[in-house]
Design a protein around this ligand. Structure first.
Ligand code: ADP
Ligand code: MG
Length: 268
């Protein structure tokens, strides 16, 4: 048989994994003594695996995660306030299919961004589009877009991904105009796509974060309607690691700091 012709046909059909690995795949099929139907299945599996890998790779670069983090890399033992069970349920992506919101709350360094990125990654593996942004970057972009008369365009951009992750909401309180812009985004995504928000503030502090109590109520109303809230407590993972390595003194020796586990203020 003419190898070039087969190569050209596989290229035309965009079956590049089969094309590039043909000799190896056929050898393997022969070694396993596969019949024609089984061999065809084996070749299709190789092609699908390559396509899935490409899709995940592409979707991951579009998502703009700040770093690579996985659920497997999350040490649940080091963070006893996080129950692995609901996290595993969230990893199935069902909450995204339902268009629910997820709030990850807690003080700095406890793993909020890590879990947000890890769940974003799981969402991509389940076939959902994801976009990661910080609250500050999001608000800067929306405010600028409004000034340039391109607000619609930007709101559409942030409404497209099935999951939008907004990291670090509440580190800086919003101006009332920014709170209004955020409200527009939340309304536009409401029941269409999921929002994952991380924050060092508690839900009760929404009024302070969004400046205006009326806008805050309207935002929280939509956010909390179909939502999952996970509150992480305890001390910063990095500090804990340093402390363990003896690089810094135990928390109890530092004046004005609470002991780990006691600083449990529910922290939007
Ligand atoms: P924050 O809650 O401020 O968003 P991060 O998620 O960025 O904190 O966590 C700070 C660093 O500590 C990151 O590098 C993260 O991967 C790591 N980290 C935090 N918690 C854990 C954990 N339980 N297991 C493994 N790494 C963790
Ligand atoms: Mg963070």
């Amino acid at each position: 048989m003419n190898n070039d012709r087969l190569d050209a046909m596989l290229t035309r059909l965009k079956l590049t994994a089969i094309r590039d690995g043909l000799d190896t795949l056929l050898d393997e099929a022969a070694r396993r003594d596969l019949n024609l139907r089984e061999a065809l299945t084996f070749l299709c599996e190789a092609e699908i695996a390559r396509k899935d890998q490409r899709r995940v790779h592409m979707a991951t670069s579009i998502a703009k995660f700040p770093y690579v983090r996985t659920l497997e890399g999350f040490d649940f033992q080091a963070q006893p306030s996080v129950d692995p069970k609901p996290i595993r349920e969230l990893a199935t992506g069902r909450w995204i299919a339902n268009g629910d919101a997820l709030l990850l709350l807690g003080p700095p360094g406890v793993g909020k961004t890590h879990l947000a990125v890890a769940l974003g990654r799981e969402a991509i593996h389940k076939g959902y589009s994801v976009l990661f942004t910080t609250a500050t970057a999001l608000m800067t972009t929306l405010t600028q877009a409004q000034a340039q008369g391109r607000l619609e365009e930007r709101l559409t951009h942030y409404s497209k991904p099935k999951l939008l992750i907004v990291d670090e909401l509440g580190y800086l309180p919003f101006e009332s105009q920014a709170a209004h812009l955020f409200f527009q985004l939340v309304s536009r995504r409401y029941e269409r796509g999921s929002l994952l928000i991380t924050s060092n503030r508690s839900v009760g502090e929404g009024g302070e974060v969004f400046g205006d109590a009326v806008v805050a109520t309207a935002i929280l109303d939509r956010l909390l309607h179909h939502s999952h809230v996970i509150t992480i407590r305890g001390e910063s993972y990095r500090l804990r690691e340093k402390r363990r390595a003896g690089l810094i003194r135990p928390a109890s020796h530092l004046p004005g700091t609470e002991q780990a586990g006691k600083s449990n203020a529910t922290t939007l």
